[in-house]
Design a protein around this ligand. Sequence first.
Ligand code: PEP
Length: 252
Amino acid sequence: MREIVIAGNWKMNTLPAEGVILARAVADVTAAMTQVLVVICPPATHLKDVVEAVRGTYIGVGGQNVHWEKSGAYTGELSADMLLMIGAKWVIIGHSERRKYFGETDETVNKRAKRALSAGLRPIVCIGETLEERQAGKTFEVLMRQVKIGLDGLVLKGRGGLVIAYEPVWAIGTGVNATPEQAQEAHYFIRGLLKVSYGDEIADQTVIQYGGSVTDANAVELMACPDVDGALVGGASLKADVFGRIVKAGVK
Ligand code: PEP
């Protein structure tokens, strides 16, 4: 059986004390749901506090970005070692907000993911089409490009390795989620791309999360899709009880 990974992307939300409270609450509400890998990704300022807050629980903690160099003159960036040294084990890479507002490209996503993997962080690599691309019938073309360039030269190991988050940009923060049919179609396509590049076994074991307006109201039907292996959750991850119900939907 494939892993199920439900990750909360807190983005630029919560102050340190709020983050610690939220992290403890998430640990409490998900304590019995050990079949799901639960990950929370707070802002960098309180990553360390959150790691401490969930120590001894099953919750994993992740950064929201990582640089491709080991160290150097890269103002505002974080290295993989910085994340690892404070206890983060995961990192989100190539989120559509990074692509839209901060010039992230498939090439930089590839470099960041390469670095994360070689350092021992589990990357959650985000891909997904914009509304214009979907309306122009280019969804599969875009996904193919993002997978081809974004994962170029990366060593995938399936279980325990790189995670892909399919996040249609039109669904992020809009309240309009992809239908289960749309999600399954895209996930099946992405897994097919992985099969071509990495073979059936690795493709079958690679986690492909869905992201985009996941809530406790739609999580069950999205998680029921055979190729949906969890979720990357934005807004709904800021409320422990709601996030807990989403995690519960991941217990297949
Ligand atoms: C996200 O930011 O990855 C996301 C999916 O956001 P939301 O759940 O708020 O749409």
